[in-house]
Design a protein around this ligand. Structure first.
Ligand code: BES
Ligand code: ZN
Length: 635
């Protein structure tokens, strides 16, 4: 007699628990109101922590921001949980000045270990069987990689300085001495003193929206009761104002940016509703956006309760809001169920890219969603063509490397294509039911690639051999490139744009395309679909007809500038300079410098002199990448 379904399910569930590294249900955090036992965690090659011996459960920061010296200084009080025989706890630090370390019982023995490339230095602190707290008194470096200290000139208002942090992937250790691994979840609270009249915001509940008087300025207090990986701890300080968008959503930014930001993100509350209707309750209370100054190195960063976003998505027509759908989706994929290590990064970004597109479809329809999928697919093809095969697998091996190196379109777009393949194979209804239960069952826990595979087999495949064969799970995850079963998204709208691009490139005379009726996505696709080599006449005709060099949409301008640089089109160089001096988003800055560099005797002198001017305004995330392209060395 064949094994019953439930028996199969039981056996697979046991295998799943083993793959996840869970000892059993009683060890899950917070189960039954008892103190959480130490669920075993796998070792992360990008952290010095040994969490199976001693781990940080809660971080309490008491810090002051000094804009003259460009340092944060104060204390981090860490609640520790340790095995009875643990003799030390190991923390991650990088470029921190450690002043003193004590426990609740008094001064502690401590030492900083050897520095390791990319990782910083371990901080070893001696503990005893009764140690509950470790208190680190410290100061950050003015060059802390996570922090960018902006002069007033680098802000929209021009009158006050600004500070923001970027923790992902392994930068939190440059401003908080804790165990900086995505598997080691911690709750946090903070008290931050900033000079008048600045405000502090964090990825946490604001306990003192107006701040309170404190020596040297005003103090702002925060608390996050959901445990999060340390890369999600985030802070920004500046001249900030707030506008509500819905009952649980709103936008923070500099006062002069507030009206435009509120208008751009008017659909935010509906996005949250759509996300919840798809995959279950939003578990973080509020969802606010912070629109940063233009040097913010990413499009967006999913800091809990407060997504950080680049101002380059404020197009005036809400055409680039898929980025908000993306960061919102991380409230489930990433912030709730978190990649256990950076080798599993695709579990954050692939799921989020899929989910983002479902939110976009729910709000704006299937046609728009398909266009966005198609743009992603084209980026993926380009990435696959230029990336070492080993790094085109979903599950990566980043040992000894900066995790940043693994963070390509592969995780995002191959990951999303994989999930679309599962959806199309099992049907949307069944797929959605599985995904929703996946978020519920693994909420507030790390997820490995093997754990995900085990879950898919236990909860979705359930022993169906034909389904297993159709899904090609192992090929998608462990083989380079795309498996034969992968299907390109087909957008009928883009098929018409492709035809228009071909006709324009091959023809002569004026440009006859319905540019004015096209969406931003169709315009982006058109510019990307043109042959990479075009005559100066064809480029000039386009530029004049559509005002490309003065286009206010950052994605359209970027697509145009790439094409212009690839053709050494001199008339676009002033626009290129304005764009590269005006914002520091790595996704735009890096490819443009790479394209300039590839243009040898024409592009390299432009790149060199422009980079010298632009570099002081960029965040370290961006300079780290571009320095290597243009051979920048200090001095
Ligand atoms: N979490 C990422 C940003 C990130 C990735 C920071 C890796 C550090 C290391 C964020 O959710 C993201 O993916 N942002 C994208 C935008 C998105 C719409 C693809 C970006 O910044 O371009
Ligand atoms: Zn993301």
């Amino acid at each position: 007699m064949p094994r019953s379904r439930s028996a199969v399910r039981y056996a697979v569930a046991a295998a799943l628990a083993a793959a996840l590294g869970l000892a059993g249900c009683e060890s899950l955090p917070g189960a039954g109101g008892t103190p959480a036992a130490m669920a075993p965690l796998i070792q992360d090659v990008h952290s010095f922590a040994r969490p199976n011996e001693a781990r940080v459960r809660h971080v309490a920061l008491d810090l002051a921001a000094d804009f003259e010296r460009r340092v944060l200084s104060g204390t981090a009080t860490l609640d520790v949980q340790a095995r009875p025989d643990a003799r030390e706890i190991v923390l991650d630090t990088r470029d921190l000045e450690i002043v003193s370390v004590r426990t609740e019982a008094g001064p502690a023995e401590w030492r900083l270990g050897e520095a390791a490339e990319h990782l910083g230095r371990p901080l070893h602190v001696a503990i005893g069987p009764r140690t509950r707290q470790v208190i680190v008194e410290y100061e950050t470096s003015p060059d802390a990689a996570a922090l960018q200290w902006l002069t007033p000139e680098q802000t929209a208002g021009g009158r006050h300085p600004y500070l923001f942090s970027q923790g992902q992937a392994i930068l939190t250790r440059t401003w908080v001495p804790t165990q900086d691994s995505p598997g080691i979840r911690q709750t946090y609270e903070a008290r931050i003193v900033v000079p008048e009249p600045l405000k502090a915001v964090m990825s946490a509940e604001m306990l003192t929206p107006e701040g309170e008087p404190a020596a040297g300025g005003r103090a702002f207090r925060f608390r996050l009761e959901n445990p999060v990986p340390p890369y999600l701890m985030a802070i920004a300080v500046g001249d900030l104002a707030f506008q509500a968008l819905g009952p649980r959503s709103g936008v923070w930014t500099e006062p002069s940016m507030l009206a435009a930001s509120a208008n751009e993100f008017a659909d935010l509350e509906r996005m949250i509703d759509a996300a919840e209707a798809l995959y279950g309750p939003y578990r973080w209370g509020r969802y606010d956006l912070l629109v940063l100054p233009p040097s913010f190195p990413f499009g967006g960063m999913e800091n809990p309760r407060l997504t950080f976003a680049t101002p380059t998505i404020i197009a005036g027509d809400r055409s680039l809001v898929s980025l908000v759908a993306h960061e919102l989706a991380h409230s489930w994929s990433g912030n709730l169920v978190t990649n256990a290590t950076w080798d599993d990064f695709w579990i954050n970004e692939g799921f989020t890219t899929y989910f983002e597109n479902r939110i976009m479809e729910a709000l704006y329809g299937a046609e728009r969603a398909l266009m966005l999928q198609s743009l992603g697919w084209r980026d993926l093809q380009a990435t696959l063509a230029e990336t070492d095969a080993a790094d085109t697998r979903l599950r990566l091996d980043l040992a000894g490397r900066d995790p940043d190196e693994g963070m390509s379109d592969v995780a995002y777009e191959k990951g999303a294509a994989f999930l679309r393949h599962i959806e199309q194979t099992v049907g949307r209804e069944r797929f959605d039911a599985w995904l929703r239960s996946y978020f519920d069952r693994h909420a507030f826990q790390p997820m490995t690639t093997e754990g995900l595979l085990a879950d898919l087999r236990a909860s979705l495949v359930q022993g169906d051999a034909a389904l297993e064969a159709a899904l090609q799970l192992e090929a998608w995850i462990h083989q380079p490139g795309l498996p034969a079963v992968a299907r390109a998204p087909e957008s009928p709208a883009f098929a018409r744009v492709d035809e228009a691009a071909r006709a324009y490139a091959e023809g002569a005379g004026p440009v006859a395309v319905p540019w004015g009726q096209w969406t931003t996505q169709e315009r982006q696709h058109f510019l990307g679909a043109l042959p990479r080599q075009l005559s100066a006449e064809r480029l000039a005709t386009l530029d004049t007809a559509f005002g490309l060099s003065t286009n206010g949409n950052s994605e359209v301008l970027f697509a145009w500038l790439m094409l212009a640089v690839e053709n050494r089109y001199q008339p676009a160089v002033p626009a290129l300079e304005r764009f590269l001096l005006g914002q520091g988003r790595r996704k735009f800055v890096l490819p443009l410098f790479q394209a300039l560099w590839a243009q040898g005797d024409w592009g390299r002198p432009i790149a060199t002199s422009l980079y010298a001017r632009a570099r002081p305004g960029y965040h370290s995330v961006t300079t780290n990448s571009v320095d290597r392209v243009v051979g920048w060395s200090a001095g």
